[in-house]
Design a protein around this ligand. Structure first.
Ligand SMILES: *[C@@H]1O[C@H](CO)[C@@H](O)[C@H](O)[C@H]1NC(C)=O
Ligand SMILES: *[C@@H]1O[C@H](CO)[C@@H](O)[C@H](O)[C@H]1NC(C)=O
Ligand SMILES: *[C@@H]1O[C@H](CO)[C@@H](O)[C@H](O)[C@H]1NC(C)=O
Ligand SMILES: *[C@@H]1O[C@H](CO)[C@@H](O)[C@H](O)[C@H]1NC(C)=O
Ligand SMILES: *[C@@H]1O[C@H](CO)[C@@H](O)[C@H](O)[C@H]1NC(C)=O
Ligand SMILES: *[C@@H]1O[C@H](CO)[C@@H](O)[C@H](O)[C@H]1NC(C)=O
Length: 423
């Protein structure tokens, strides 16, 4: 290669490099939609909803592959109820939450406090909600007024989505659920924190309904209601590495309210901790429901003073509303494997199943639950068909109760034989 040729080459490389740098900068710049560029104040006082909607509309309507709605760090943005509406032009869109988003300071300052959601995303494909920032629903004024759950908003409500990813964010003091996932397919939620006081009403961590193919992992949920609740129409859900508590545990249900037909299947909960929760692994169904909840497993569960570490309640009913069972959500193929730790309640295991359907194919293995004071807990089972390698469990839970026996006689039977050494 001669000198001239080499010089020419270097010059080309240089100019191509400059061109590339310029293009990249232009591209990144063009595809980053910083809310400040759309008029957000970020002073924590001014309503920035309009700026956020404009930034979203620009990002959502923009061409190109990776578009980012940027919410910068070290800044607090106040948002009134807001919906980020799809579908968007591209197959994915990122919301980079580095800063803090707060709700109006109290219920009186909400523009529409009776809306069901504070921050909503609807019909968005490939939504990535990521970052180390947080959202604060400032729910205390809602909790104090003893409002019905239906009159309080969910902090983050995501519906009709596919390929959703949520990573890193924190939600604090939601008025009702922290996160609701409804009618979504293919969801990954990881490394998030959800915090609300133990006594805050209906502040479920993650509430899933009518959704499939969901992974939730490596997250901390400390709240006033279920850490995760799985509702009808949901299947293929894996939950692992969740540190739950305070809270009401991880629940399937409540299913079958008002005679509804439920369908929940293929739920796997593994390597989770229930730390001072009021329930652990719970399935609850309303009297009179229909449909099924099947293929559900809870495995490798650590208990720290959990109140009802294993519970099925098929007699869920409104207080004072009685309660002749005509139908029930059929529960089958449920596994409890490897429960270890302490409970705060003498009746640590309660399986109150339906007389109509029984709970079928229930397996319990490696259950080692002790009372915090070292005492041995009790087990209470009704209408459960299943098996265990533990002979005590076999004797006291999976006795062959057939539907020809009256409920009364089975109740008596179970009272006679409830005292069991577990573990
Ligand atoms: C459940 O989700 C599907 C799509 O995922 C939707 O078509 C259907 O309307 C949803 N049903 C309910 C009751 O929300
Ligand atoms: C959940 O785990 C099971 C097996 O461990 C796997 O077959 C299934 O695909 C997983 N589901 C999701 C949504 O990843
Ligand atoms: C039960 O669920 C697991 C994972 O959730 C899945 O791999 C398995 O195929 C399901 N089994 C049945 C019998 O449906
Ligand atoms: C359980 O909760 C208590 C009180 O919130 C906390 O101090 C403790 O570190 C938690 N334990 C684990 C193992 O997370
Ligand atoms: C049950 O747990 C206790 C306390 O953690 C432990 O000492 C004991 O060895 C365990 N028993 C079995 C059978 O694993
Ligand atoms: C339970 O008892 C009924 C009637 O006594 C019998 O038909 C059935 O096979 C028994 N089931 C099991 C699992 O032993």
């Amino acid at each position: 290669m001669d000198f001239h040729h080499r010089y020419f080459t270097m010059e080309s490389i240089l100019s191509i490099s400059i061109l590339i740098i310029f293009l990249c900068f232009g591209l990144v710049n063009g595809q980053n939609y910083n809310v400040f560029n759309f008029g957000a104040k970020g002073d924590g006082q001014t309503d920035d909803s309009k700026a956020f909607v404009q930034a979203w509309n620009a990002a959502c309507g923009g061409e190109g592959d990776i578009k980012t709605l940027l919410i910068p760090s070290d800044t607090t943005f106040l948002l009134q109820p807001i919906v980020f509406q799809g579908p968007c032009k591209s197959s994915s869109i990122k919301v980079q939450l580095n800063g803090v988003i707060v709700a109006p300071s109290n219920i009186g300052a909400w523009s529409s406090p009776s809306l069901h959601k504070w921050i909503g995303f609807s019909t968005v494909s490939g939504l990535m909600l990521v970052g180390s920032g947080n959202i604060n629903g400032r729910g205390s004024s809602f909790w104090e007024q003893n409002l019905k759950a239906s009159q309080r908003p969910t902090a983050l409500h995501i519906s009709k989505c596919d390929n959703l990813r949520i990573n890193g964010i924190t939600s604090i003091d939601s008025p009702k659920n922290h996160i609701s996932i409804r009618s979504c397919n293919t969801v990954a939620i990881s490394n998030i924190n959800l915090f609300a006081p133990e006594k805050s009403p209906n502040t479920d961590g993650i509430d899933i309904s009518n959704s499939t193919n969901i992974n939730i992992f490596d997250s901390a949920i400390q709240t006033g209601d279920d850490c995760i609740a799985i509702n009808s129409g949901s299947s293929n859900i894996n939950i692992t590495g969740i540190n739950c508590g305070p809270g009401h545990g991880i629940s399937v249900g409540s299913l079958g309210a008002g005679g509804a037909e439920a369908a929940v299947s293929d739920i796997q909960v593994t390597h989770c901790t229930f730390n001072q929760t009021t329930n652990g692994a719970r399935i609850k169904t309303w009297l009179g429901g229909q449909g099924y909840a099947r293929n559900i497993s809870f495995e490798d569960i650590t208990l720290i003073n959990a109140k009802n570490p294993i519970i099925i309640d098929q007699q869920y009913a409104d207080k004072g509303h009685l309660d002749v069972e005509e139908s029930a959500v059929a529960i089958s193929n449920v596994k409890y494997v490897g429960f270890h730790g302490t409970t705060s309640k003498k009746n640590a295991i309660t399986l109150k199943c339906s007389e109509t359907t029984h709970c079928k194919d229930v397996t319990m293995d490696g259950i080692n639950i002790t009372m915090a004071d070292g005492g041995k807990p009790k087990i209470d089972c009704q209408f459960v068909d299943g098996k265990s390698s533990d002979t005590d469990l076999m004797r006291d839970c999976f006795k062959n109760t057939t539907s020809s026996q009256s409920r009364m006689s089975v109740k008596n039977l179970s009272t006679f034989s409830t005292i069991v050494a577990v573990g």
